[in-house]
Ligand binder design. Structure first.
Ligand code: EPZ
Length: 417
């Protein structure tokens, strides 16, 4: 069983750098299909989800070379419109290839991505938007067979500001005839980054970051060299690591604006958080204050991808905190594991009631998903004694060398494969 072994109660201190954002790199890798010219992406961490998405590109004909943290991609020779089943089953975010494959090949086939550990993960909004662009979709035998002899720009209103649906529609609309307008679009920084990446190739998209995105179609895209935005969730995870260990950590290469909700909540809990240009310094305390209510919301609200990490932090705060998870229906799977470490948390539907305890006890726990796993590592950093976090491969989907980064800050953590 692959695991992290942590001996807790060591305050973290020092500097750590944040790399490119997983959730910006994945749509950028899909957007590569929109051009036949070379693409270079800088600062791409080695993450399981990134490596698997690279395999999708290779399988359909792209050449992809990794030189340290740079990806050099030649998308000139796409020889298939079928997104390989095995990778779709492993990472459901490969649904993002639908829009760009349709734009490139006029057709696409993908197995239904299905749900994952944190929820059903429906794609109805993706399909509804693509159909409005003229895509004909045959949903049978567990496959989506899509034809788009002619993509036509459209005015699309999303019933929910879905990140993936916004991205998929943007990607297809780049090659559609005429203008596409997406109302109630997702406003996440990763949407803005996708707009900037496509525009750097010669696209013409505006409005990303607001709830209305406008895409001018029939664009011929050129070559590009691009660096995606830093990973705001990895940054937030390091910030909580500093807070929960009563440490003092300087986190380099962040965009503070992307971290506002996290900074605000950490300050509300009693942390000192200083912004220094494109870096942030976090000083924690052993007994932080409870935070009355934290509600996960679409950006710029408190990010659902930080809920588990924040639950770990509040489990050792002084007082009672309430967390409401409004984005995914099954995102408290870390809670029973935290309770086994001595946390006092009760989940009632989409709400977690957290009565802070003075300390956690190290024990063997199991990661059930990516961010929940990271939350267990954070709890282990605080706990007395040894914590073993099993199923570390979940965590490696979104964190590059987490044990190395935390060790460099003074944590006693090793990875056993
Ligand atoms: C992206 O997922 C991120 N993944 C997630 O990060 C993140 O949690 C999520 O956005 C919300 O910020 C990537 O970018 C690869 P959504 P996505 O579509 O696009 C419902 C991580 O840990 N919905 O905004 O799948 C859906 O069920 C991952 O890095 C529909 O109902 O998120 C959910 O309740 C986890 N129909 C809500 O919208 C649809 O067609 C948000 O989903 C699509 C979504």
């Amino acid at each position: 069983m692959t695991q992290y072994v942590i001996n807790g109660r060591k305050p973290l201190s020092g500097k750590v750098r944040v790399g490119g954002a997983k959730n910006a790199i994945l749509p950028a890798l899909a957007a590569v299909l929109l051009t036949e010219k070379p693409v270079v992406l800088h600062d791409c961490p080695r993450l399981l989800d990134v490596e698997k998405t690279i395999m999708i590109l290779k399988t359909i004909g792209c050449s992809v070379k990794r030189e340290s943290r740079d990806l050099i991609i030649d998308p000139s020779n796409i020889n298939s419109w079928i997104i390989p089943d095995s990778y779709v089953r492993e990472i459901r975010s490969s649904i993002i290839f639908l829009g760009s494959m349709l734009a490139r090949m006029g057709r696409a086939q993908i197995t239904y991505p299905g749900g994952c550990e944190i929820g059903q993960r429906p794609i109805d909004l993706h399909l509804k938007g693509l159909k409005q662009l003229g895509v004909v979709i045959d949903e049978s035998n567990g496959y989506l067979k899509c034809e788009a002899s002619k993509l036509e720009g459209a005015t699309i209103h999303l019933d929910y500001p879905s990140v993936g649906a916004t991205e998929n529609i943007m990607l297809a609309a780049v090659k559609a005839k005429g203008r596409t307008v997406i109302y109630n679009a997702a406003k996440e920084p990763e949407i803005v980054d996708l707009q900037n990446f496509i525009n750097a190739m010669g696209g013409n998209i505006r409005g990303a970051g607001t709830n209305t995105v406008v895409i001018e179609g029939e664009r011929k895209l050129d070559e590009v060299e691009y660096t995606v935005i830093p990973d705001r969730i990895v940054a937030g995870t390091y910030m909580v690591a500093a807070a929960i260990t009563a440490g003092d950590v300087f986190i380099e290469n962040v965009i503070p604006e992307h971290l506002q909700a996290i900074i605000y909540k950490l300050r509300e809990a009693g942390c000192i958080v200083e912004v220094h240009g494109l870096n942030v310094r976090v000083k924690g305390k052993y007994r932080l204050r409870a935070v009355e209510h934290t509600k996960t919301l679409p950006y710029p609200g408190f990010p659902t991808d930080m809920q588990a990490q924040f639950t770990s932090l509040l489990s050792v705060a002084r007082g009672t905190s309430i967390i409401s998870e409004t984005i995914f229906e099954n995102r408290y799977r870390h809670v029973p594991e935290l309770v086994r470490m001595g946390a006092n948390i009760r989940v009632d539907g989409q709400t977690a009631i957290i009565h802070g305890v003075r300390s956690l006890k190290g024990t063997r726990v199991t990661a059930k998903d990516l961010r929940g796993g990271a939350a267990l590592v954070l709890a282990g950093l605080r706990a007395e004694g040894q914590t073993i976090v099993e199923n570390k491969s979940y965590i490696e989907r979104g964190y590059e060398n987490l044990e190395g980064a935390l060790s460099s800050l003074g944590a006693d953590i090793v990875k056993l494969s």
